[in-house]
Ligand binder design. Sequence first.
Ligand code: DGP
Length: 119
Amino acid sequence: MTAATDCLFCNIVAGAIPADLVFENDEVLAFRDIAPQAPTHVLVIPKLHIENAGTIEGDHRDVVASLMLATQQVAQIEGIDGEDRGYRLIMNVGPDAANSVPHLHIHVLGGRSLTWPPG
Ligand code: DGP
């Protein structure tokens, strides 16, 4: 598993930094965001270090599919996947999107009515 030792989320994957885990499989980890913006705010990340959605390559196909499937698992675990519920998936890329951690992650936000457009 490729990891960047100076990467915050790689350190969470390695267990060197604690996190409130929601879901894990061989390729993916999901944990609660430290600064939640909704009752459910979970970050789904690949264990493999990929910088952001703008640097995904063809070789990452399986990992990215696992990432997307894991968001469904998280929504089920959090109970926000019903027909009358819903949630938002967000991937920030670069400074204009306020991307602060350079390790690919999907925000899963839900548990309240979310407004659109985002800020
Ligand atoms: P982004 O701005 O899209 O790069 O999102 C990074 C998110 O990571 C942000 O919502 C806050 C969260 N975050 C930053 N540091 C930590 C941490 O140490 N633990 C956890 N659980 N979340 C963190």
